[in-house]
Design a protein around this ligand. Structure first.
Ligand code: FEO
Length: 397
């Protein structure tokens, strides 16, 4: 695949990773892209690189456009290795006069790739003249790393925004209007839920800052997924809702099971939630990936977690999902715990304690079933679901 012309003077020179299915613990079922961009002005500027194993693909695209011209400047908007991994090889091959990053970016890249790399730090708000046009750099710290920044190409009015507005979606089309919204909308939500969600307050403040500065780009170029043009108002509106952590009358039940007892309890809890008119989804950790569950929780008002007891502990898969979700910091959840045990009922209190530690408000005591739940125990499960459903509805009064 050749470089793709995106304006008279800008080319996409990134790569498509069709086969990645695990992006540091996040399931990427539709692959991803690592986007990089080449700006041809009096100075020639490369914005970001790609994951190191894909460097030769990017290099071929660069050479196709450059011929015997040189890259003058490399801008690194983000130090994570999917965008900086090929930087050393790009510097060695193309010998740019300058390599720029934010101050934390300079530090983070050097700590990952070597202190000898010739990177210079930009101050927040710095501008860089490249001939006919110029860049303005804005730090976007913790969206989603301390080093993250965005680069605005002023006259072209194009924002290069690293991971912000990105999604893991491999396709040969480069522009939003060439794609079907239904093919990627889940991936767009999933990316926010798994990467940006913990920094939602910062995301909301950043969107406001961009508005206050009167930045209204005609094109937004993230480092993953498609380039936004026609759908810019829609994706910004979605980000505003995501950043506000808006919830619906929706509950998520997540459980694992050893001999089917906790699964039976989960089914009755779903019935109890449904009896209150709550949109409910139930996920077995046998089959669902943590990152898809995190995506569903993003707009939920309640989370109910069920675990069997094993060796006087909660089940390991519950340890996995709660560790992951605690890091993602979904706010404003109510919930409850449930589970089956043989001889260590107090272990189920641990599940509640973990949920409290995640910031979940426990609105109904844990239902604990000794071995297989009988009819009375299943009625308790139904009532737990109904109680959590009532608490969700009260949030919407
Ligand atoms: Fe796509 Fe934070 O790297």
């Amino acid at each position: 695949m050749k470089a793709v012309k995106i304006t008279d003077k800008i080319y996409w020179v990134g790569v498509i990773d069709w086969n990645i299915r695990d992006f540091h613990g996040y399931s990427t079922n539709q692959g991803t892209t690592y986007n990089a961009f080449l700006v041809l002005d009096k100075k020639i500027v490369l914005i970001d690189t790609v994951k190191e194993p894909f460097y030769e693909d990017m290099k071929a695209r660069l050479l196709d456009i450059l011929g015997d011209r040189k890259i003058d400047i490399i801008i690194c908007n983000h130090a994570e290795m999917d965008h900086s991994g090929a930087l050393r090889r790009a510097i060695e091959d193309f010998k740019p006069q300058k390599v720029y990053a934010s101050a934390p970016g300079m530090q983070n890249i050097k700590e990952q790739l070597g202190q000898d790399l010739p990177i210079e730090a930009l101050v927040n708000g710095a501008t860089l003249d490249i001939g006919d046009d110029s860049f303005t750099f804005l730090e976007s710290r913790m969206l989603h790393w301390p080093d993250s920044m965005v680069s605005l190409l002023n006259k072209e009015n194009i924002l290069f925004c690293n991971d912000i507005f990105g999604m893991h979606y491999a396709c040969t089309q480069r522009f939003d209007y060439e794609t079907n919204r239904e093919d990627w909308i889940y991936e767009f939500r999933k990316y926010y839920a798994n990467i940006i969600l913990p920094y939602s307050k910062i995301a909301g403040a950043f969107l406001k800052l961009v508005e206050q500065k009167g930045i209204n780009p005609r094109m937004i170029c993230p480092d993953h997924g498609v380039i936004w043009t026609k759908m810019i108002p829609e994706i910004i509106a979605m980000y505003k809702d995501f950043a506000a952590q808006k919830s619906k009358k929706k509950a998520i039940v997540v459980y694992d099971t050893m001999w089917g007892s906790t699964a039976k309890m989960a089914a009755r809890i779903v019935d109890g939630l449904a009896s209150r008119g709550i949109e409910t989804k139930s996920f077995s950790l046998h089959t669902e990936h943590r990152s898809d569950i995190a995506t569903e929780i993003m707009d939920a008002g309640a989370l109910i977690l069920g675990t069997p007891v094993i060796n006087q502990e909660i089940f390991p898969s519950l340890g996995d999902i709660t560790t992951y979700l605690r890091g993602l910091k979904k706010e404003k959840l109510v919930g409850a715990a449930f589970g089956s045990y043989g001889w260590s009922a107090p272990v189920l209190n641990k599940m509640e304690d973990i949920m409290k530690d995640m910031g979940i408000e426990i609105v109904s005591p844990a239902v604990k079933s000794k071995f297989v739940p009988d009819a009375a125990k299943l009625k308790e499960c139904f009532d737990l679901g109904a109680a959590v459903g009532k608490a969700v509805l009260e949030r919407f009064k």
